[in-house]
Design a protein around this ligand. Sequence first.
Ligand code: LMR
Length: 397
Amino acid sequence: MFENLAAAPADPILGLADVYNADERINKINLCVGIYKDENMVTPILACVKKAESFLLENEHSKAYLPIEGLAKFNLATQKLILGEDSPLINDLRVKTAQTPGGTGALRVMADFLVRRTKVRRIWVSNPTWPNHQSVFQTAGLEVREYRYYNAQTHDLDFDALIEDLNQISAGEAVLFHGCCHNPTGIDPTPEQWQIIADLAKQKGWLPVFDLAYQGFGQGLEEDVFGIRLFAQSQPELLIASSYSKNFGLYNERVGALTLIAENADIADRAFSQVKTIIRANYSNPPSHGANIVAHILTNPEMKEEWIDELTTMRQRIHRMRQLFVKTLQDKGANQDFSFIAKQNGMFSFSGLTEQQVMALRNEYGIYIVKSGRLNVAGMTLDNMSLLCESIVKVLS
Ligand code: LMR
């Protein structure tokens, strides 16, 4: 049965981590997978998470199954974090959330729901986008098409091309946006541009869907959901796949959510019952630990404050490294202007390095970045910055 199978290509992001781990050079630098690291190159467990875990250890008395849609208080806290504490949509019962195994799990439930329970057969994603979007959607049976997003010359959003492409999309098709911190480019629409896109969505009738994996890593928890909230105000229907991997550092606990907004409470109920059948036929119900941590923190005002402080520390460190990266490249004599990197949002910097330069960095200097030229800024430290920038300058010349 299996003997005719050819080996699958390595994953463009997670596969690189295996190659990095096998590299024996002591000065190697890992800027591939999007995970936060502190100045000591450690991916820390947040102090508020540790506290929540101690609380759970003492107070958890059962390992019985969660409901298909997961923990109710986690789901409500997720809605409030994304849509706002006093969102009228939540009060009007137009919003339903299912806790999922990570943001990727949410994307897959979303895609299965669209293919199996609605008429949507095609989804549009930005070019470029996180490579796993294509895989998740195609595996679920959606046809994936791309809209233009990035202008490689200006290193900025190609807004005219974006609007031109979005204008061609028909009602009944889905369009994926990154809620904030676009992965891989780090370039998000401005508030004015979000408004234009939201108006277009309404006029055209396509279904907007969001991937929100980095809330709090761009400008702030509220600022980073500006676009989503704008859509939520004007759209009858919306789907949001969100993740707590990055903003709570809960990568391996797989904590995410799929949030569905419908035109009224009755439609929301019916649609969500269908989402639940999709989940039941997949993983049945979600794991509890990570969601319990998030729910405990988000529903306890003191702990929430502590989490916001820790999140701010992570965001500010990335901002500092981004600025230092631009400055050090310049100091080391880069023959190109990299100031555009300072304007990008979130964990990644889209460097504009070619595939050949990326390979030279890996082979000659043990510096690992994704083939598209995406660097994880959170992997930069005061200690490795000099070597990193010197090496980049060498491969540029
Ligand atoms: C990334 O883009 O590096 C992260 O989202 C990790 C992943 O699963 O690819």
